[in-house]
Design a protein around this ligand. Structure first.
Ligand code: NAD
Length: 497
């Protein structure tokens, strides 16, 4: 059985524990991945700490050039990376390529790091005194990431952390480990010194040791809400800087004046793309007033028409779920909702054959008390709720504990503006169902979708991976030179003169 190893200090490293890796399209085990235990966590954090000492001295220009080289290598290896993603995650190849492109855009942003790290300077804040500030790297930064974007979510973090002068330890999801090792190879080829980017494979135990490790200064986490909340608390208690992004329940509100064909096309793609395993998936459609029945007809027709199959098959539009347990859990939600009185308009369960497949499911008449509405299902299930007015729909969005993304479909700019100003959600789409911000903006939700202060990438990413230093300096003229003259000493608190 192929063994997927850590990459610590530029070399492969084994370990004492391992977990199976599956191809979700066949259900078969294809490899095993080593799981970092205390010794490997120490080794990874230690390698990063040693590399940081010299990496932080490397010029901004050279750091940026390595990012330019990485960007080109990611483009050149796009197909290889996409195949690794599909083989372990199950998503269709075009979807895998899409996540690589969106991740690469963060590297493009990191190529401009010299511009982002320009400090501030004030001449003559007092007589003969100047003041300036700049931002320095933190040290060793850790990234703990989910299974659903094996390349893009890590790329939200490490290019910016590394371009800012930090060293990085990435703990990928144990279910999709291979792509991260290829990214480590590409960093090495781009000229990044050994130890600046390390891949530490592992599970919850590995992550727990990493987030509290004395060599780690900051933790970026992306995953489910219960784990995000726990990681935020544990890392904060250990004195780390931490940002922890959690789960989601994203609503698409459809007003009666919307182009219903466009809304149905877009919501279908956003609900069932990647088998619903996206934190920005639309999992709730809120049909307002007269939009409900015509929207439901359109959604049902489109859901039934989706071709489900292996992600590597070019005719597939939707692949399998990540595991047999996920298929069981998602199917259980559908069953429970139907039992509780929801109408199962499209039932994608019971698909024969090997692999962890579950077809698109569409539920109407779901109420806010049902677990299918309250909980993040993270599968190809769209629930439809009805509201009489836009205000009622906004209240529904705001009563939900999550606040990652939301979208409105309408022909009214005034309605869209009211929506975008009223919802308690971090990322909003207007006639755009998956409003993932571009790399030069920041990504992040509100409420139970993010614990911490800063979103990822963009300017907030740079802020997260650096800390400010402010210098007040005086360079007196030598005695006897023009303008020289000692200032009278004073015991009073210094003020500007
Ligand atoms: P998960 O929370 O099970 O695991 C995420 C990571 O945390 C993995 O690397 C895992 O090994 C590790 N982990 C698991 N238990 C841990 C623990 N007790 N302590 C420390 N680390 C632990 O999530 P998942 O199933 O891999 O991914 C799906 C979830 O991620 C969904 O909830 C989805 O909404 C969320 N997600 C959120 C965003 C976002 O930007 N908000 C993006 C992608 C995915």
């Amino acid at each position: 059985m192929r063994s997927i190893q850590h990459r610590i200090g530029g070399v492969p490293a084994g370990g004492s524990a391992a977990a199976p890796v599956h191809d979700p399209a066949t259900g078969q085990q294809t490899a095993e991945v080593v799981l970092g235990r205390r010794a490997e966590v120490d080794a990874a954090a230690g390698a990063a700490a040693r590399a940081f000492a010299s990496w932080r001295e490397v010029s901004l220009t050279r750091r940026a050039r390595i990012m330019f080289a990485l960007r080109d290598l990611l483009e050149r290896h796009e197909d290889e990376l996409a195949r690794l993603i599909t083989a372990e995650h199950g998503k269709i190849l075009d979807d895998a390529r899409g996540e690589i492109v969106r991740g690469r855009e963060v590297v493009e942003f990191a190529c401009g790091i010299p511009q982002m790290l320009k400090g501030e300077y004030s001449d003559q804040v007092s007589s003969g005194v100047d003041a300036f500030s700049f931002r320095e790297p933190l040290g060793v930064c850790a990234g703990i990431v989910p299974f659903n974007f094996p390349v893009m979510v890590p790329l939200w973090m490490h290019p910016i952390a590394i371009a800012c002068g930090n060293a990085f330890v990435l703990k990928p999801s144990e279910r999709v480990p291979s792509a991260s090792n290829l990214v480590a190879d590409l960093y090495a080829e781009a000229g990044l010194p050994d130890g600046v980017f390390n891949v530490l494979h592992g599970d919850a135990e590995t992550a727990a040791a990493l987030i509290t490790h004395p060599d780690v200064a900051a933790v970026s986490f992306v995953g489910s809400t219960p784990v995000a909340r726990h990681v935020h608390e544990a890392a904060s208690t250990a004195g780390k800087r931490v940002q922890a992004l959690g789960g989601a329940k994203n609503h698409a509100v459809v007003l009666p004046d919307a182009d219903l064909d466009l809304a149905a096309d877009q919501i279908t793609a956003a609900a069932y793309g990647s088998a619903g395993q996206r934190c920005m998936a639309i999992s709730v459609a809120v049909a307002v007033g007269g939009a409900a029945d015509p929207l439901l007809d359109r959604l049902a027709a489109r859901a039934r028409a989706i071709t489900v199959g292996p992600g590597a098959d070019p005719s597939s539009e939707m692949g399998p779920l990540i595991s047999a347990a996920a298929r069981e859990r998602v199917g259980g939600h559908v069953e429970d909702a139907a039992r509780a009185g929801a109408k199962l308009v499209v039932d994608g369960r019971g698909r024969p054959g090997p692999g962890f497949f579950l077809g698109p499911c569409l539920l109407d008449g779901v109420t806010t008390g049902m677990p299918a509405y309250r909980e993040e299902i993270f599968g190809p299930v769209l629930v439809v709720l009805r509201a009489e007015t836009l205000d009622e729909a906004i209240a529904l969005v705001n009563a939900n504990p999550y606040g990652n993304g939301t979208a409105i479909f309408t022909a009214s700019g005034a309605a869209a503006r009211r929506f975008q100003r009223s919802v308690h959600v971090g990322m909003i789409g207007v006639n755009v169902p998956v409003p993932v911000p571009m790399a030069f903006y920041s990504f992040g939700g509100w409420k139970a979708s993010l614990f911490g202060d800063t979103h990822v990438h963009g300017a907030e990413g740079v802020r997260f991976y650096t800390r400010a230093k402010a210098v007040t300096s005086r360079w007196p003229e030598p005695a006897g030179a023009a303008g020289a003259g000692a200032e009278a000493p004073s015991m009073a608190f210094p003020t500007a003169r």
